[in-house]
Design a protein around this ligand. Structure first.
Ligand code: NAD
Length: 280
């Protein structure tokens, strides 16, 4: 498993398992167990997924040591103050059955994110979180945060796939030395990207699947990926991407299929950010 070094010196496995929308305890625990068996050590959850406790159970039941795992969670938007952020973090720790997180993210740039960041910085300085970061932050959100931040975010987790490549934001994150982490790396099974002819051709040439080519493309862009699946064979397939390399021509061909088409909520949509405050 390849690792990236974050801007604070911490290492992150470049590929992990996402668990968004897994609402069944049995499915989730089985998929985490399958993933561990296949070599995954990085798991991405969030308070709003309502499955942290099952992730915690599955990890506690495995014989992999805590220090060999990389666990990410995210503080949800309804927590707008310093105290609420600290309380939300403690709740996530309890559910995940651990006394620290490897990465904790502000889920969306909604109301109060600079105050939330102060709480995250204190948790980080207390050693309760190895790295802190943000999610769904665009340039203006990053600039506003950086104006008062004492700790620079290590990661920005943003929607990214071949039909929404985020070239500009990727370059901005790179210039700031903030790691780009892709959510929805496979287009969430709804973007049409899995049927793309260019990707199919490249996949055939390497005797790999389209999903594997997409994941490989992310890795070669220095992006962290957290594909989600609850199916054993797909979980195994998604981590089997370290034995081949896309050529420069193939990377360029994939760069050319970008449609700049977002598939999910838009962090610039103030209505959505407002609505998220009352979701729980
Ligand atoms: P994804 O791009 O990982 O797509 C998952 C879907 O792709 C699956 O449901 C399945 O239909 C399909 N799939 C997976 N492996 C496949 C394979 N090998 N072959 C064919 N199809 C395959 O989408 P996602 O789950 O939304 O994103 C990944 C993770 O990112 C989430 O689970 C979650 O942890 C995180 N996430 C974060 C945010 C955020 O706001 N920060 C938002 C969404 C997701």
């Amino acid at each position: 498993m390849d690792e990236l070094t974050l801007n604070n010196g911490q290492k992150i496995p470049q590929l992990g398992l996402g668990v968004f929308l897994v609402q069944d305890a049995t499915d989730l625990k089985r998929s985490v167990a399958d993933a561990l068996k296949d070599g995954y050590r990085h798991f991405d959850t969030a308070a709003i997924y309502h499955n942290e406790a099952w992730v915690g159970e599955a990890l506690a039941e495995s014989d992999v040591k805590r220090e060999d795992l990389f666990i990410t969670s995210k503080v949800w938007d309804s927590n707008t103050t310093y105290d609420e952020t600290i309380a939300a973090f403690k709740e996530s720790l309890k559910k995940l059955q651990t006394d620290y997180l490897d990465l904790y993210l502000i889920h969306w740039p909604s109301e109060g994110y600079t105050e939330k960041w102060r709480a995250m910085e204190d948790l980080y300085n207390d050693g309760k979180i190895k790295s802190i970061g943000v999610s769904n932050f665009e340039k203006p959100h990053l600039d506003k945060l950086l104006a008062s931040a004492k700790v620079k975010p290590a990661v920005d987790q943003i929607e990214t796939h071949p039909y929404f490549q985020q070239k500009e934001l990727h370059d901005y994150l790179t210039s700031l030395n903030i790691a780009h982490e892709a959510w929805g790396p496979l287009g969430q099974g709804k973007s049409g990207v899995m049927e793309d002819a260019t990707l199919k051709q490249i996949a055939d040439a390497h005797k790999k699947s389209v999903a594997q080519v997409i994941l490989r493309w992310h890795l070669q862009r220095n992006i962290i990926v957290i594909p989600k699946s609850i199916h054993a064979e797909r979980i195994a397939q998604n981590i089997d991407v370290f034995d081949f390399k896309l050529s420069d021509d193939e990377m360029n061909a994939i760069a050319g299929i970008d449609k700049n088409r977002r598939g999910s909520e838009d962090p610039n949509d103030e209505e959505w950010l407002k609505k998220s405050l009352s979701m729980n």
